[in-house]
Design a protein around this ligand. Structure first.
Ligand code: L34
Length: 294
């Protein structure tokens, strides 16, 4: 059996086209130009790459992007000062502080400083709190989890009543994606480093979300035949034959897993591009709200 490939890159491009048309309409009919501020602290090469991609995608759809780069040595006050300035700037509808921050900075306090109206990453404690509760609406849903659900929906994969297993419990993916699946009436299991019989638990999943950050950890025999496998992992592994000296692999052993799964996302070209598409969508939503159009 060979799985249907869930093409995140093509899906993201399609969503981007929808956003581009909507941004244009917003501009011509209401004179509103959505704006995203990106804040990058330090020189983590992966973060630099992701922020660059985000700004490039913004310009492609007509979203104005404001890039801020602070040195590795930036103080808590400097970062929070910048966030306060962006909170007050009416041209900025979304504020993205790229994670991880340098270790000396208090991430929790920085994220809490972002105005919830501009929290397009959905990481503010109030947004996460609302996401966790029944019958509450967060201002924004975190981008990577939203991208996972969007892929399931666009490929017609039913969530309601299904067994969903989430591998990983991070604040930015594992935990929020589990909550989204729960709100969609899946039965959720969250696995982590202390889970016993991990393979056994994964084999129960109709929907398996892998978000642990361990290259090729999920083996083919962990997958229920026909299951939908969403691989969130972005792992750099050394590869002397590659141009950059490394190659990106997911948390799933893709080559073997695709023979068992019903649907599977590749890495790269799966969830990664969807994360950026959802960020653009959240920024557009924020601009519409600020203009009183939602
Ligand atoms: N604040 N920090 C904040 N928000 C986020 O949503 C993120 N994340 C994660 C890291 N820190 C963050 C991202 O943006 C991970 N992430 C992210 C974004 C984009 C891609 C991967 C991760 C991406 O575009 N991946 C491509 C290329 C991979 C490559 O060549 O490196 C892909 O096809 O998967």
């Amino acid at each position: 059996m060979t799985a249907t490939l869930i093409d995140g890159k093509a899906t993201a491009a399609q969503i981007q086209e929808e956003i581009r048309a909507e941004v244009e309409r917003l501009k011509t009919e209401h004179g509103v130009v959505p704006g995203l501020a990106t804040v990058l602290v330090g020189e983590n090469p992966a973060s630099q790459f992701y922020v660059r991609s985000k700004r490039k995608r913004c310009s492609e759809v007509g979203i104005r992007s404001f890039g801020y780069e602070l040195p590795e040595s930036a103080s808590q006050e400097e970062v929070e000062g910048l966030v306060a300035e962006l909170n007050a700037n009416p041209e900025v509808h979304g504020i993205l502080v790229q994670l991880p921050l340098p270790k000396h900075l208090d991430e929790e306090r920085v994220l809490a400083a972002i105005s919830i109206e501009k929290d397009v990453d959905g990481f503010h404690p109030v947004n996460i709190g609302r996401l966790a509760m029944k019958g509450r609406e967060p201002m924004f849903v975190p981008c990577t989890p939203a991208g996972c659900i969007e892929l399931l929906d666009r490929y017609g994969i039913e969530i309601e009543g299904k067994e969903a297993v989430v591998l990983g419990r991070s604040n930015i993916v594992g935990l929020p994606v589990a909550m989204l699946l729960l709100h969609r009436n899946a039965t959720i299991t969250i696995c982590h480093s202390r889970t016993r019989d991990l393979a056994e638990v994964c084999r129960r999943a109709d929907i398996l979300i892998a978000a642990v950050g361990r290259p090729k950890m999920v083996k083919a025999d962990w997958i229920k035949p026909g299951a939908a496998v969403i691989d969130v992992g972005i792992n750099r592994v050394e590869d002397p034959t590659a141009k950059r000296g490394y190659r990106i692999v997911g948390d799933v052993d893709f080559e073997a897993a695709k023979e068992v799964a019903g649907y599977i996302t590749p890495v790269p070209g799966g969830v990664g591009p969807m994360t950026i598409a959802m960020l653009l969508k959240n920024t557009l939503t924020s601009a519409k709200r600020a203009a009183g159009l939602l």
